[in-house]
Design a protein around this ligand. Structure first.
Ligand code: OAD
Length: 264
């Protein structure tokens, strides 16, 4: 273990309260594509404004729905990786960890269920773990009445992101369903966001994993920690706008770094 990593690990093990912010990079080793990777990123082959805005859904609901159905199939085949599990085990053992994610893939939640079953006797999974700032891919929301429901299974013939499938309709009001995710131009849940900012400013350490730190307001969460003189540990494969300000920067894949960093 490098000296830097040992210091960061000690900081985390001694902290009474920890805030963890994650982005797409934490799920990359599970096979979920990130958004901005130079070769495989989702925003390389598609423009966000064509697929992830309310205007795009109004213009061509079937295109947007079909792309999300493809992502649902893709994520449905993925499993939580060593990074998700390390965070979940740490949180369960530690007890005062706020996990805030920009990811909509549900893998943190699945890792939390696994970690809870590993304990003897099995613990209850932590409630509200994680806070999903950008919503949940596997949940539908009615574009008419707002009713939320679990998304129907997306098995069936393998189809690429551009193969069109008809948009499902609400069982109550028959309006079109949409994925329950936050699109560009839409507001995040204000109280969840406020809680995350307050937690970051009050925690003893803020751990930031696998995010390009480009998309606000989420990117402001570690800034709130720094503004309150709290240490920030960044785990990433490459430098981000946060890197020059981070107290510790650990360079490498989350699935390799986190199990060592968060070992209890
Ligand atoms: P990005 O795709 O912008 O960034 C992913 C980050 O993860 C990059 O900084 C990579 O270097 C890093 N990374 C990749 N593989 C990694 C690994 N194995 N271990 C550690 N780090 C790794 O994804 P986000 O920052 O999550 O929003 O993107 C933020 C938001 O922009 C998303 O929630 C989404 C997107 O548009 C909406 O859809 C509203």
């Amino acid at each position: 273990m490098t000296e830097l990593r040992a210091e960061a690990r000690e900081l985390l093990s001694k902290a009474e309260r920890v805030v963890v912010l994650t982005g797409a990079g934490v799920s990359a080793e599970s096979g979920v594509p990130t958004f901005r990777d130079a070769t495989t990123g989702l925003w390389r082959s598609h423009r966000p404004e064509d697929l992830a805005t309310p205007e795009a859904f109004r213009r061509d609901p079937e295109l947007v729905w079909s792309w999300y159905q493809w992502r649902r199939r893709l994520v449905g085949r993925c499993e939580p990786n060593a990074g998700h599990l390390a965070i979940a085990r740490f949180a369960l053992a530690h007890g005062h960890v706020d996990l805030v994610t920009q990811n909509v893939d549900g893998l943190h939640h699945r890792a939390a269920l696994t970690a809870a079953l590993e304990t003897s006797p099995p613990k209850d999974p932590l409630p509200a773990f994680p806070t999903e700032l950008h919503g949940a891919l596997m949940r539908d929301r009615c574009s008419g009445c707002g009713l939320r429901s679990d998304a129907a299974p997306t098995d069936g013939p393998e189809a690429g992101p551009d193969v069109r499938v008809p948009v499902a309709r609400c069982s109550e009001c028959r309006a079109l369903l949409r994925p329950d995710v936050v699109w560009f131009g839409e507001a995040l849940d204000v109280s969840a966001l406020e809680d995350a900012f307050t937690a970051a400013a009050e925690a003893d350490v803020c751990l930031v994993v696998g995010t390009s730190s480009l998309v606000y307001p989420a990117a402001g969460i570690p800034r709130a920690a720094l503004g309150a003189d709290r240490p920030v540990i960044e785990v990433n494969m490459e430098a981000t706008p946060l890197t020059p300000h981070a107290t510790y920067t650990l360079n490498g894949p989350a699935g390799r770094i986190l199990p060592e960093l968060l070992a209890t």
